[in-house]
Design a protein around this ligand. Structure first.
Ligand SMILES: *[C@@H]1O[C@H](CO)[C@@H](O)[C@H](O)[C@H]1NC(C)=O
Length: 418
């Protein structure tokens, strides 16, 4: 008995410590540029204590605190593990200022992280990509991390398909992924929405692991928009179409229409997971029936392409196909070509970029595709897209190759308008 006691004691202590441990810290924008949201997770409940964030302008003086709200949620795996997501909003933030913060409770705190509150009066620099896992995606995660620490991003946006899959292995895959990206996601807002790999169990993992702007219809992270300087970003859920969710597809359409009519932003950027245009092995390019539904629509499923075009959306980004391709401005299958494919001015339709090659189990290169007439560039390397907004007249994109350590910049593209 005497001999057993220390072991038992240690086991209990160990388990308890793990259950309260702060994991998976990540930032996101609420849509209010004077706020910063932080979300984290514990594997166990925190009875009788209040989780919170403490933050300030110096590492040694975290002067302010904000209480978190906690959601307990059940994983859809066979064991139905319950996890605890904690969400807190830092308020009255000054654009451009450097803040330090840590999160947790009286039982366990995180390390101290830091971030710059976004400054909409400065050029905006974002990393945008889809289809990233821990396995083949580690080089991309490493480069996103070093570029974040070097201060190159104001924002990172993941356009669906995370972790492959967040719910796999009783949700442990999701925990591993969220811990693997903490080195960048705790330092710069990380915005997400669903791809086909997240639709399982009513999008359980996207709903419960993240905190996106609450201006959609359901406020459940699946579609949302926000303004940042000259840009209005819109994220849409293409999975409502693929999953036969007609009521939600219609609600999203109505919301999108109102959202587009309301915005006065100079640049309108729309993102969703499934591609409408790209070159594939198929002679006719990207034309999977379930991908096309959100473009063309059918009874009970309003097509989105005309709405985006009529409201002068500038740029559309998507993933799903695990490669990179940049296209001309396109409407209804027709590419609007002009003299310089690297610099398009006053485009007549949205420009399309497929950026689904951040790194996952399978990969598609350009060598076995049939280039479509609206296609400009096809690249086979793993990597992500950088998006920069200089001002009201110029934005640029380029592809960052993460397949080696150098991170070559490729396919620079300018979009200009009067
Ligand atoms: C906007 O930025 C571009 C690229 O740096 C620059 O060439 C252009 O002169 C700027 N325009 C305005 C109005 O500041």
């Amino acid at each position: 008995m005497l001999k057993l006691f220390p072991i038992l004691f240690f086991t209990l202590l160990h388990k308890n410590a793990l259950a309260n441990k702060v994991e998976q810290v990540h930032l996101s924008l609420s849509g209010d540029m004077t706020e910063m949201v932080v979300t984290w997770l514990t594997q166990g409940p925190l009875p009788n204590v209040t989780p919170y964030v403490t933050y300030g302008l110096s590492k040694d003086a975290l002067r302010w605190t904000a209480k978190a709200s906690t959601t307990s949620w059940k994983d859809q795996g066979a064991h139905g593990y319950v996890r605890y997501t904690h969400r807190a909003t830092m308020t009255k933030m000054v654009p451009g200022d450097l803040y330090y913060y840590k999160v947790g409770s009286s039982q366990a705190m995180s390390d101290t992280f830091h971030f710059h509150q976004p400054d909409p009066s400065k050029p905006l620099r974002a990393a945008i990509f889809g289809d990233l896992s821990v396995y083949k995606g580690q080089p991309t995660i490493n480069q996103l991390t070093s570029a974040t620490i070097d201060g190159h991003f104001d924002l990172i946006i993941h356009i669906g398909d995370l972790a492959y899959d967040l719910h796999d292995n009783e949700g442990n895959r999701g925990d591993d992924y969220m811990n693997a990206i903490q080195p960048f996601a705790a330092y710069v807002p990380y915005m997400v929405f669903a791809g086909n790999h997240e639709s399982d169990s009513h999008f359980n993992q996207i709903v419960n692991r993240f905190t996106m702007p609450k201006n959609g219809v359901y406020n459940n992270n699946l579609f949302w928009s926000f303004d940042y300087g000259f840009v209005h970003f819109i994220a849409l859920n293409s999975e409502y179409y693929a999953e036969d969710m007609s009521a939600e597809a219609q609600a999203q359409y109505q919301w999108l229409q109102a959202d587009l009519e309301k915005t006065k932003a100079k640049w309108k950027i729309v993102m969703f997971h499934r591609p409408w245009y790209c070159s594939t092995r198929d002679q006719s390019g990207c034309n999977s029936y379930s991908d096309m539904l959100s473009r063309k629509g059918k009874t009970g499923y309003p097509g989105l392409e005309k709405l985006l075009h009529d409201n002068k959306v500038d740029l559309v980004l998507y993933g799903h196909k695990h490669t990179y391709e940049r296209m001309w401005p396109i409407y209804d299958g027709v590419g609007y070509k002009s003299s310089d494919s690297g610099h398009v001015k006053n485009a007549k339709a949205p420009v399309y970029i497929l950026t689904g090659g951040a790194g996952c189990h399978t990969h598609e290169g350009p060598s076995d595709t049939t280039p479509q007439s609206f296609s400009v560039t096809r690249l086979g390397q793993y990597g992500y897209t950088r998006f920069k907004v200089y001002n009201s007249t110029h934005v640029s994109t380029y592809f960052v190759d993460t397949s080696d350590k150098v991170g070559n910049f490729m396919d620079r593209f300018y979009l200009e308008k009067d």
